[in-house]
Design a protein around this ligand. Structure first.
Ligand code: 13P
Length: 278
């Protein structure tokens, strides 16, 4: 069933758990993540990142993912990850994405609010949810233009009220695309943000956060965790070992299907770790 962030995040924020938002790059990743959600009877968010937007375009990704989300017994949100360009956001909405992120984190506060508000107005008119970002979560690699900045609680209070977003991504020590856990999470900063805002909060860079920190964070108002690298590693490493085992084979589909169980298993580990206690 296709859902948006508003269907999922307020309840998750109020619970002792959160919803996993998994970057997917093609049919196999989407199948594995949806299968993990169905097996565990948990909701999930499929996120299309800038790499896939540049490679395939939002229309092709919507064409792939929307039928899968609609056919699933799990609640599945089809979400556009970090997007800095309103025209692409609007194309994604037109193509049927149920949720979008407009990332104005590199802009001055007033411009971030103004441009996010415009996206919210369009998106909400057609039932699409919007995530914004305040402060800026750095990247270990791959996005050199991103200047890192911790979220300032006073600015978060203004952004949360004025932007109109359904969820706010915050920067509290988390880092995108780490291959090992170890990001130092600033809980004092998180608590200050929680005191001054009411919105469901989003943490990006989940791969770089230690399991114990994830268990603590999910009991706070963090309702959505973005997960990418650990899934990419599980799938990529499984494909590599399958290729090493079968040097005579060459079909993409052969290797992808052989690697799929390792990806599903990693998705199940992450979904289980982040889920509320039942
Ligand atoms: P990781 O790749 O660090 O898990 O983060 C993914 C992410 O935050 C995508 O928005």
């Amino acid at each position: 069933m296709l859902v948006n962030l508003t269907d999922l995040l307020p309840a998750a924020a109020a619970s002792d758990g959160a919803v996993a938002c998994c970057n997917v790059f093609g049919i196999e990743e989407a199948q594995a993540v949806i299968a993990a959600a169905e097996t565990l009877d948990l909701p999930v968010i499929l996120a299309v990142n800038k790499d896939m937007v540049d490679l395939a375009g939002v229309e092709a990704m919507a064409g792939l993912l929307l039928p899968m989300a609609k056919a699933s017994t799990a609640k599945v949100c089809v979400h556009l990850d970090h997007c800095y360009d309103e025209q692409i956001v609007y194309r994604a909405i037109h193509a049927g994405f149920s949720s979008v992120m407009f990332d104005g984190s590199q802009l001055p506060l007033a411009e971030n609010i103004r441009r996010t508000q415009q996206v919210v107005q369009v998106a909400h008119a057609v039932g699409v949810s919007v995530e914004g970002e305040l402060g800026s979560v750095p990247y270990q690699e791959g996005r050199d233009h991103i200047k890192s900045a911790l979220t300032l609680p006073d600015e978060a209070a203004v952004f949360a009220v004025q932007s109109g977003v359904d969820a706010m991504a915050i920067s509290i020590g988390n880092v995108h695309r780490m291959t090992e856990a170890g990001s130092p999470i600033d809980y004092t900063l998180l608590e200050e943000i929680e005191k001054l805002t009411q919105l469901p909060l989003v943490i990006h860079g989940t791969t770089g956060i230690a399991e114990n920190d994830l268990r603590i964070l999910k009991t706070h108002r963090v309702a959505k965790f973005n997960v990418g690298t650990t899934l990419r590693m599980a799938f990529g490493n499984a494909i590599r070992s399958e290729m090493e085992m079968s040097p005579d084979k060459f079909d993409r589909q052969y290797f992808a299907s052989r690697a799929l169980p390792a990806l599903k298993e990693e998705a199940m580990r992450v979904l289980t770790l982040l889920a509320p206690s039942r």
